[in-house]
Write a protein that binds this ligand. Structure first.
Ligand code: HEM
Length: 347
């Protein structure tokens, strides 16, 4: 009997990592925490808008939106051929580069830098687009929805340090999270086209989970002045006046489930456990993106991880929070600014 059960159990165990990998673990109280986050963020956006235009609660300052081409490479391995990567194809895309802060501040302030890509003409996605939203660091600094409530409360009282040191008890300190924020703030980026960006959070890739990243493939820009208030936009425009830029788009598969969690984006999926696989090439042709009407268009775009094909459904608690937050904030800022919200069709 035992020699019949044993091989069967071993076969089942060896099958686990594949189908266990996209199974999420939703903690009790996550919905309530999400509602609280939405309320706090919406209140913040409405309060700010009393002094002028309504902005994004995060990544408020855009360096610009550029036109791009996203070319899915031929002859990809079968394990990545899902959704967008199913077959070689070229998508037209908008890319918005941004600073992480909710305040519009000088680029000389240490901050995260964002790269949000919107592929157009995507079938089987409700928005008709596939958005890839990234920051220039591999890990996020908040583990889950409950912690994000604490972070948001600390921000609302203008004392973000409270999130990292909530009491005098050293066991409550969030030193790991503080280390991530410091690493992000201390990065020097002279030109958004020269930085590497990561999804930080996981997504579906068919039956498994992935993270993704964009790595520059053009030579580093010669424009690297870093003292002007908007040097990131200035340097990017100078480079794109002179010629094109490019990025390799790569995915990282969740190969070791225990080491590559879905529910804690503060933990890096190590490249030793699963190297990135190049799946697409992004080309940003030479262009001018700084005309006032294009900057206004850029401001009105809405990127969210949930503009996605089902094959790339966002995974994990932080992504589940983002579903309601991004939709609400986008709707509120469009409404306050008297702007209609629609996904871009043309270039
Ligand atoms: C619970 C966690 C998070 C919350 C509450 C949050 C909140 C927001 C909000 C409200 C916006 C503006 C949405 C809009 O008005 O259109 C935004 C934009 C953005 N977020 Fe997050 N975010 C979270 C996590 C993350 C993570 C993990 C990343 C990592 C990639 C990220 C990257 C970005 C970027 C790049 C943008 C700018 C998108 C654009 O260019 O329009 N966020 N976030």
């Amino acid at each position: 009997m035992l020699n019949k059960i044993l091989p069967l159990s071993l076969a089942l165990i060896s099958a686990l990592p594949t189908w266990a990998s996209t199974i999420e673990d939703v903690p009790a109280g996550e919905d309530a925490a999400t509602q609280q986050i939405v309320r706090l963020i919406e209140d913040g956006v409405r309060a700010e808008a009393k002094h002028g235009k309504a902005h994004r609660d995060a990544h408020a300052k855009a360096h610009g939106c550029v036109k791009a081409e996203f070319r899915v490479l031929p002859q990809l391995p079968d394990e990545v051929k899902f959704g967008i990567f199913k077959e070689p194809r070229t998508f037209l895309a908008w890319i918005r580069y941004s600073n992480g802060s909710g305040k519009i501040q000088d680029d000389t302030e240490g901050d995260a830098r964002g790269m949000a890509i919107k592929l157009k003409g995507v079938e089987h996605s409700k928005s008709g687009t596939q958005d890839w939203v990234m920051i220039n660091h591999p890990v996020f600094f908040v583990r889950n929805a409950a912690d994000y409530v604490e972070f948001q409360k600390a921000l609302a009282t203008d004392s973000p340090l409270k999130f990292f040191f909530p009491s005098f008890n050293p066991f409550d300190f969030r030193l790991h999270e503080l280390g991530i924020v410091n690493a992000i703030k201390n990065k020097t980026v002279a030109n958004p086209l020269d930085a590497q960006y990561w999804s930080m959070t996981p997504y579906r890739l068919g039956d498994t989970a992935m993270k993704f990243s964009a790595h520059p493939c053009s030579a580093a820009s010669q424009y690297s002045e870093t003292t002007a208030p908007n040097f990131l936009r200035d340097n990017m425009q100078k480079q794109l006046t002179q010629g094109e830029a490019c990025f390799d788009f790569m995915v990282q598969l969740q190969r070791v489930v225990a080491e590559m969690p879905l529910e804690d984006p503060t933990l890096e999926w190590r490249e030793e456990d699963s190297p990135f696989i190049r799946v697409a090439k992004i080309t940003i042709p030479a262009q001018t993106f700084t005309a006032p009407e294009q900057l206004a268009f850029c401001e009105n775009l809405s990127f969210t991880p949930w503009h996605a094909m089902p094959e790339h459904q966002p995974l994990g608690g932080i992504n589940r929070v983002r579903k309601t937050v991004y939709d609400t904030v986008s709707q509120v800022r469009h409404e306050l600014n008297g702007e209609a919200h629609h996904e871009p069709t043309g270039f």
